[in-house]
Design a binder for this molecule. Sequence first.
Ligand code: AMP
Ligand code: GLY
Length: 420
Amino acid sequence: MNILILGGGGREHALAWAVMQNPKCDKLIVAPGNAGIAQIAECAALDILNGASVVNFCDENAIDFIIVGPEAPLAAGISDRLREAGFMVFGPSQAAAQLEASKAFTKEICAAVGAPTAGYGHFTDADAARAHIRAHGAPIVVKADGLAAGKGVIVAMSEAEALAAVDDMFGGEFGAAGAEVVIEEFMEGEEASFFVLCDGKDVLAIGTAQDHKRVGDGDTGPNTGGMGAYSPAPVLSDDIAAVAMERIVKPCMAEMTRRGMPYQGVLYAGLMIKDGQPRLVEYNVRFGDPECQVLMMRLGAQALDLMLACAEGKLAEAQVHWADDHALTVVMAANGYPGDYAKGSVISGLDTLPADSFHMCFHAGTAREKGQFVANGGRVLNVTARGSTLAEAQTRAYSMVDAIDWSGGFCRGDIGWRAL
Ligand code: AMP
Ligand code: GLY
């Protein structure tokens, strides 16, 4: 079959790498892709937020199956446009994508089914939000309701910080995303990510991961999109995952179906675990980035079969074949990230790296200039390895990092420390 993947980051490189290994894939196009993806698949310039353009492209290229990587096209309704045109899609509808696009929507779904999560208030008015903060005190969490590229959450350790966040959000710092604000109880515990597929009827767990959000070693410094990840997440034991499935994921998915917006695609549940009990931090309606890279490294070619079963409504018959293995990815970012950074620095040594089912350097933001790879984003490379232990995966990943010559970039030296 002819497959189109929408997106152009490390997540989409990992998806492409897994899909390409499956003999069901005759042709793969990634739009827009990047310089690393271009080494394994055809890349096409396409405005992936424009439904009409994507439908047209799929018609012209006889595409049979579309996998949507990022949240923005999902929240803009790309799956609906493609399904209306008769295409098979892996990704939720615009209505179902509210589970990521609106924090108030998710809190309300959780409340309707009694899924354990932080207590909250939902505000469209700054005075009421300030009164709520004064009544509850700090620490407290202030969130812009809508999509804010991962920047709309302020974990405030003081009341003053929380009040300032309310001023910023209602003052327009996050544009329309901040016109409504959710204020949550601060949850303590250890965070982990739980990934499931859902076809509107059945739910299938496909893996767990943990990421490192802070830019510096020892989990210090500002938040980022993720500086590294590993799978499985030891804190998310089988028992805790089963509780998360029965008390959080399945009831929410059933509620979505009951409301006439069945969820189809991957659901990424961010969980906070304390005293062996999971609570929901947030849902995302896509694979995590860089969590997808470690999941794909472990799932390999079967990832396509699973995504197809999901899109065809056949998850009840699907199974995940686990190897007893571990994967770890180290993000290499441009100097300055997550603040200002330069593009265009040359990266050498990439062609000397091993590329097999134990080692892959996925590209998150690279371009090709004069025959060389250059940095073209904040997070640039995802150096990923698999092993029979997490320590082995870590050693393999860092030995690849050592073989990369890039003075314009940096990485954390301690990815995986919490689990090791
Ligand atoms: P979110 O975008 O909702 O995942 O929030 C970003 C990060 O903020 C999460 O990964 C947590 O580390 C933190 N966070 C969000 N909500 C809470 C909460 N209620 N209590 C503690 N930390 C939170
Ligand atoms: N790595 C966090 C995310 O993809 O949201």
